[in-house]
Ligand binder design. Structure first.
Ligand code: COA
Length: 252
């Protein structure tokens, strides 16, 4: 069973979905919300946040991935204290920053369809302003393995949230820890699982392999017949990999 809860973070209402009590905390991708983790909340449990300006959370001034990371770290403190942090795409960038800036809240990382650097095609950024429907079509073409009801659901959400999607993707475009990983400045010292859809064209398998090569002891799962929205497209395969990882990390 999944229920909705609200927190007060820095005077703002932050909304979350909660499954059964478990130390896992999910962060959604650009222009999305906590619903994107519904198959994980139902089967695996934990907490999924609606980032500020998304879903049922209040709006807030956000100027960088670090701003999102601050909200997330405070929400983790108020819910599980510390958690395995699972982030998808933009959410994966946020998860890396939480791990870096607030290490006491992070006992493990799950990096899903994300990267150490997340440059965005200029035509997507431009069109989100001028022709949002074209931009959304392009994102969906690159981010879904097949057109089904989940594709249609995301299409609706992205078009409704085109402005927020543009802000999120602009933040992604500026997110870059590539050199920090290469130089050893960015050192992840917690157990890490990397998950990517084999057909992902927004954050290709190459990005996941970079993590595997730069995060000591990390595990990589490449899921077939899936693109960027792997947790929605292949929930059974995704949950099976996540469940085994959690049992190890949470010593269950
Ligand atoms: N992990 C590992 N390597 C990465 C990386 C990551 N997260 N991000 C970039 N790189 C590598 C690239 O593969 C490239 O390597 P190469 O020179 O050996 O080919 C190099 O770093 C530079 O790439 P990038 O920073 O992406 O700049 P670019 O000018 O080559 O390409 C885009 C810019 C937008 C065309 C490209 O990033 C792209 O196709 N992105 C995916 C589409 C998209 O919009 N995704 C949205 C993500 S939220």
């Amino acid at each position: 069973m999944t229920e909705r809860i609200s927190l007060n973070v820095d005077g703002k209402r932050v909304s979350l979905l909660r499954g059964r009590e478990r130390k896992i905390f999910y962060i959604h991708s650009s222009g999305s919300d906590a619903e994107q983790w519904r198959y994980q909340l139902e089967e695996i449990g934990g907490y999924a946040i609606d980032l500020p300006n998304h879903g049922k959370s209040e709006s807030a001034e956000i100027g960088s991935v670090d701003d999102y990371a601050r909200y997330v770290s405070k929400a983790i403190r108020q819910t599980c204290g510390s958690a395995v942090i699972a982030g998808h795409s933009l959410g994966g960038a946020v998860a890396q920053k939480v791990c870096l800036n607030y290490p006491e809240t992070c006992i493990g990382l799950v990096l899903v369809g994300t990267g150490a650097r997340l440059r965005v095609l200029p035509e997507i950024l431009e069109n989100l302003r001028k022709k949002p429907e074209d931009a959304v079509k392009k994102i969906l073409e690159m981010g879904f393995f097949r057109k089904d009801e989940r594709y249609e659901e995301m299409k609706k959400k992205y078009i409704q949230n085109a402005e927020v999607l543009h802000l999120d993707l602009s933040l992604c475009d500026r997110f870059d820890l590539l050199e920090d990983y290469r130089s050893g400045k960015m050192e992840i010292g917690v157990p890490t699982l990397i998950v990517v859809g084999r057909e992902d064209r927004l954050t290709p398998v190459k990005y996941a392999e970079f993590f595997k090569n730069h995060i000591p002891g990390s595990e990589l799962a490449v899921i077939d017949n899936a693109s960027h929205m792997v947790m929605l497209e292949r929930p059974d395969e995704f949950n099976s990999v996540l469940e085994s990882f959690l049992r190890k990390v949470l010593s269950e």
